[in-house]
Design a binder for this molecule. Structure first.
Ligand code: HEM
Length: 356
């Protein structure tokens, strides 16, 4: 299999995309328009991943994102929906949750898009002097592997891999950006602390660079606290017990499906003080981390062999996007709603004003 490390490269490209995000927000701020944070971050992540995969933007304007959002969000929901048919196989024929319908509708659309890019690239690769202008992206890497060993990788596998990465990567990350911004607008003192840290490290109004991430512990604490309170994959991936085991007096029989409720762990008052409050400080100076997936109280990216392969890319992106949005603009809620009157479950619409 190709190395997932290629997902973590392309630092320059990410910086460019963050600059575009800031320009998008700035354009809205000039007109005093309210921004739908979820749509904005979705567009940004879609293009970031499509550039990492194919060296191009899939979405040209925010107005264009609905089609993609429908496909990605519905497929992500279908994958995450617990399926009664898995427990009672006889029910499978009824497609009770519409999972088969969603997959049949949207997967061919995404495959059509990926096929277009694969065929176009294969034609380009046939041109003379192609090596000199070849692209450094995931598609190129996969086609090289396929050329060397068609059994390891072929067009079908490439298509399916892109589907997995897009479905797993976009909605999760954009949900975290939206939830974090919601909490920051709801808690102006936390927003202020984040701004002060960013101003000191980065200067007023500048987008965040990857080299600065490790000097932004408070921003990191905000991201961890968002992942604790709002894990985007609340049940992780299902597991199956290989052997019968006993854990804390509970017998888990061989073959049983095990679902881990990350959301409930994150809200458990026996583990976290005031679990329903948003308190990034709880992570400052603490060594609780998700990187290895060893800390069973906090595994928003899962753990073991199935740990999220996009974790490093996702956390870098979250720092860049969130840090740049906070440092470059002052934010207020649409219709002058007060932070304390905010409905945290609503989609976030906010107005930005450029700080320099
Ligand atoms: C905040 C963002 C993200 C979160 C919280 C997240 C979380 C997760 C979780 C919990 C799992 C299941 C792991 C387990 O059960 O042990 C997972 C799997 C996966 N993630 Fe992520 N993810 C994020 C972003 C991304 C990104 C950006 C990508 C790729 C571009 C990605 C690609 C994948 C893939 C392909 C899998 C399936 C791995 C497998 O089947 O073994 N994720 N993710």
């Amino acid at each position: 299999m190709f190395s997932i490390k290629i997902l973590d490269s392309s630092q320059e490209l990410r910086s460019k995309k963050v600059q575009e995000l800031i320009s998008d927000v700035h354009a809205c701020s000039l007109n005093g328009e309210a921004i739908e944070i979820g749509r904005l971050s979705f567009k940004m992540l879609m293009n970031l991943l499509s550039n990492t995969f194919f060296s191009m933007d899939l979405v040209e304007s925010v107005g264009e994102i609905d089609e993609y959002k429908d496909m990605v969000v519905n497929l992500a929901k279908a994958i995450a929906t617990p399926n009664l048919g898995d427990v009672f196989p006889l029910l499978k024929i009824f497609d009770l949750h519409g999972i088969r319908w969603t997959s049949k509708t949207y997967i061919p659309m995404l495959f059509g898009i990926f096929n277009g890019h694969i065929e176009k690239r294969l034609k380009l690769r046939e041109e003379e002097n192609y090596i000199a202008k070849s692209k450094k992206d995931v598609l190129e890497e996969l086609l090289n592997i396929s050329q060397e060993n068609g059994h390891k990788m072929d067009k079908e596998k490439i298509k399916h891999l892109f589907l997995d990465l897009i479905i797993a990567g976009i909605d999760t990350s954009s949900y975290v950006v939206e939830r974090a911004m919601t909490e920051l607008l709801h808690n102006p003192d936390i927003m202020l602390k984040a701004k002060m840290e960013l101003e000191q490290t980065n200067g007023i109004g500048n987008p965040v660079e990857e080299s600065q991430i490790e000097n932004l512990p408070y921003l990191e604490a905000i991201i961890k606290e968002t992942l604790r309170k709002y894990p985007p994959a609340p049940f992780l991936l299902p597991r199956k017990a290989k052997e019968t085991v006993e854990i804390h007096g509970y017998i888990i029989p061989k073959g049983a499906q095990v679902i881990i409720n990350e959301w409930a762990i994150g809200r458990n008052p026996k583990i976290w003080d005031d679990p329903n409050l948003f308190l990034p400080e709880r992570f400052l100076g603490s060594n609780i981390d998700y990187v290895k997936g060893h800390d069973c109280n906090f595994t928003p990216f899962g753990g073991g062999r199935r740990i999220c392969p996009g974790m490093k890319l996702a956390t870098r992106m979250l720092h860049l996007m969130l840090g740049s949005m906070v440092n470059s603009f002052n934010w207020r809620l649409e219709n002058d709603i007060k932070p304390e009157d905010m409905d945290l479950d609503q989609e976030l619409r906010a107005i930005a004003v450029r700080v320099n």
